[in-house]
Design a protein around this ligand. Structure first.
Ligand code: GAR
Length: 207
């Protein structure tokens, strides 16, 4: 009998629409991600559309609603419990709109990655998330922006860069049009690619 191929168990953290989650699930289906498997999706809000996307793909979900916890410690304790009980080996922050504390970051050192919608170190760090990143890029007047996938450490958006992709800004761009182009031309491509790279690396480390 053939033994099933060993794959890294992945949890994806989301807060909203979940288009990056969708890109990851599609990449798993098409074989771009083959060294890992998305086994769980965690949302910090109950109404994230990303939860529906996960359920449509038969992936288990957990809502850890920040509002229901008195402080960050108890919220993150629940996150860690969810990760442990599902034997998670890699966390992907895909549109997760919350800065995590040091306990969970240390626990998953080199096992947590994030996608950010700019070319780090531009337009990143505390306060730069979602549409705000694109508003800032347009307000500054840069001609090129893009996306970055990086490891998560205790400095917001400050961990080691894994992949980046540049996207040109057009004269008539709005934050919304730019956000969509950065997603399509950069995020949805580099996040699955970086995921496979990291999973492969983790498997290699076991040999
Ligand atoms: C994406 O553009 C992602 O890079 C960004 O929020 C959007 C989420 O979209 N994340 C951050 O700004 C985190 N700092 P999605 O829910 O459709 O994937």
């Amino acid at each position: 009998m053939l033994t099933p191929e060993r794959k890294i168990r992945i949890a994806v953290f989301v807060s909203g629409g979940g288009t990056n989650l969708q890109a990851l699930m599609d990449a798993q289906k098409s074989g771009i991600i083959k060294s890992g498997e998305i086994v769980h999706v965690v949302s910090d809000t109950a109404d994230a559309y990303a939860l529906e996307r996960a359920q449509n793909n038969g992936i288990d979900t957990t809502v850890v609603d920040r509002k229901k916890y008195p402080d960050r410690e108890s919220f993150e304790k629940k996150l860690i419990e969810t990760l442990k009980s599902n034997n998670i080996e890699l966390i992907i922050l895909a549109g997760f709109m919350r800065i995590l504390g040091s306990e969970i970051i240390r626990e998953y050192e080199n096992r947590m990655i994030n996608v950010h919608p700019s070319l780090i170190p531009s337009f990143c760090g505390k306060g730069f998330y979602g549409l705000k990143v694109h508003e800032a890029a347009l307000a500054y007047g840069v001609k090129v922006t893009g996306a970055t996938v990086h490891y998560v450490n205790e400095i917001p958006d400050g961990g080691k860069i894994i992949l980046q992709k540049a996207v040109a800004i057009k004269k008539d761009d709005t934050p919304e049009s730019l956000q969509v182009r950065v997603m399509k031309r950069a995020e949805w491509l580099i996040l699955p690619k970086a995921t496979e790279m990291v999973c492969k690396e983790l498997l290699k480390g076991e040999k």
